[in-house]
Write a protein that binds this ligand. Structure first.
Ligand SMILES: [Fe+2]
Length: 295
């Protein structure tokens, strides 16, 4: 442990961890040290660059508040969040794929009835949503809990809409005896990830778009099945191929069907044009040892 060089310091650091009691922690820390040391060697990192990196991470932490998590955002834009998700939720062909939970899920969402208007009166293009939840054989999954949340026509979630006293554009629904859930709301819009902090600096330095394509978030929980946290994107969104958090999957791109005023879906009528979004969600059976839950 003396006279260490750039060739011997990695082994020396790893040797200090040999008494780690938790074997998984030991595995992760060893890999972390190896990869960080290799990163420094590969890039020939200078002291000034190292200090700049430390400053960036310091400010990333200082930007975090109870309602803003800059470190998760950093993980998102580096693709780490979706990589962890992909490893933890390997889905078989035909099953609905996961996407990022994002920072706007709320536990205090209202439980609303089938067909409810979840927009709470906010203005925007009328959207009808008809969902169905099935297993791999197409058999309906009844009494599944379905969370839905999305942004408004300006790309803001309810928490960022001034003078809104109650949750809006979000609800907890349950599938009926045919596995269906339905609601009406307003069409969501694309929106930028928070770009006034260290992550925004990095996005500008690398010339990347900060715009997420418009989307509707859904989270489906049913006994006997794996939880699904997913997102549906409109097929005509210009940002589909530039999502800064890498959450778009082709199977989650859905056509928003334009309709004229008049007869709406499931027996409704409307005096304004509307968009209809239909999607079937296919759940995987619960695995014997559940994977990590989204946080
Ligand atoms: Fe979102």
């Amino acid at each position: 442990m003396r006279d260490l060089t750039d060739d011997t310091i990695t082994a020396a650091v790893l040797s200090t961890m040999r008494d780690t009691k938790d074997p998984r922690l030991a595995e992760i820390l060893r890999a972390l040290v190896r990869h960080v040391h290799d990163f420094v060697r590969e890039t020939g990192l200078t002291e000034q660059e190292w200090a700049r990196g430390v400053d960036h991470l310091t400010r990333t932490g200082q930007t975090c508040t109870p309602t803003r998590q800059e470190f998760i955002l950093l993980s998102d834009v580096l693709g780490v969040t979706m990589l962890v998700d992909a490893i933890g939720h390997r889905r078989s062909a035909g099953a609905t794929q996961n996407s990022v939970l994002g920072p706007f899920f709320r536990d205090d969402r209202p439980y609303l009835h089938d067909g409810a208007d979840i927009s709470r009166g906010l203005s925007g293009t009328l959207l009808f949503f008809e969902g169905r939840v099935t297993d791999h054989h197409g058999t309906q999954v009844t009494d599944a809990q379905v969370d839905v949340w999305h942004s408004n026509a300006d790309g803001h979630y309810d928490v960022d809409v001034p003078d809104l006293s109650e949750p809006a554009m979000r609800a907890l629904l349950r599938t009926d005896g045919q596995g269906r859930f339905r609601f009406r709301s307003i069409r969501p819009a694309s929106y930028p990830i928070p770009d006034d902090g260290p992550v925004g600096e990095m996005m500008r330095a690398t010339g990347r778009s900060v715009m997420r394509p418009a989307h509707v978030h859904l989270r489906i929980v049913a006994p006997g099945f794996q939880d699904v946290t997913t997102t549906l994107f409109p097929s005509d969104d210009p940002y589909l191929d530039h999502d800064p958090v890498f959450g778009v999957k082709q199977s989650l791109v859905a056509a928003y069907q334009d309709h004229a005023a008049g007869a709406g879906p499931y027996g409704t009528t409307t005096d304004e044009p509307y968009i209809l979004l239909r999607h079937t969600f296919v759940l995987e059976p619960a695995s014997p040892t559940p994977g990590p839950r989204p946080v």
